[in-house]
Write a protein that binds this ligand. Sequence first.
Ligand code: F6P
Length: 357
Amino acid sequence: MKRVGIMTSGGDCSGLNAVIASAVKAGAPLGYEFIGFEKGWEGILSPMIYRPLTPNDVRGISFLGGTILRTVNRGRFGAKAGAGDQRRIPQEILEEAKRNLASVGIEALIVIGGDGSLSGALQLSQLGVNIVGVPKTIDNDLHATDRTFGYSTACQIVVDALDRIHTTASSHNRVIFVETMGRHAGWIALRSGLAGGADAILLPEFPFKAQDFVEFLRMRQDTVGSSVVVVAEGAKVDDRLATRDGYKSQEVLLGGISSRLMHAVECLAPDEFDMRGTVLGHVQRGGTPNAADRMLAKAYGVEAINAVDRKEFGRMVCYSVKGMCTVPIEAAVGQLKLVTSDNVEYRTARQLGVFVH
Ligand code: F6P
């Protein structure tokens, strides 16, 4: 029996359980047994927290949100300090993880994580630990893979919210801001804003002038009445990010851009607009994955154990329309995949008259 460790790390997202279940179910007939490490890297560091995962243990979990292995997105193994930055994990922590994995007979480790977790995985793999990464983030901003699971579900949740926001915005002739997640990438805001019929979509990738936005709102007020604005949490007003702060050595927490934007509009156009804001927050990360994310997560889980079987270590599985493949982990971390002006969704929104910036 070859023993494989599996763990989820970083912020949770819909589809994690489907990856775990698929890796275990596809791996068992190939002769692998699995150990699930709990609470991300914390479960690998001392005192270790782990349990065996048999095909029986993972039956019927693929439709569940969250992760049965639990997760931590900041901690002793935190490898992320800012957008695209990587932090060197202390050598003694890396050595401890390597030692602990060996002590329970782990021959390969499947790490399901985002940019920060995979940066940590890369450092451990450079120390000789056999690692296969699985990209995970609702933000869809991981380089080297076309799609991450959890993204589609998050977009659907935003679209469902927008359908409700439209009717109340138009009833009251209001401007309603809907703030989405996504960190420094505007993928969630762009797709859900376009699909959900937002009148304006404000993205981190493209600066805009508050004055131009006010002119757009005036035009809407004079013609239609109400406006629904989707704003990505990483968008900037006057070049400033809205942050919730708290973490000094690790990555900043974003949030509050909708309030800042309302304030900026009020300063430029006092009493002109009746504005409200809705921050969707972690609603976007919770709950059951949709069909597209379940399918993607299952494909990632199966490909992860296949990569282990092929001994493709130090690599991350990735998805493209052509199929599943693997790339070196270093090709995937340290740089974000961002929305560009030639993106088809961006161009579609522009041509439809959406104020997209
Ligand atoms: O990276 C995923 C994500 O959900 C971001 O969109 C968001 O900024 C962040 O995690 C929130 O992190 P936390 O759960 O620590 O508040």
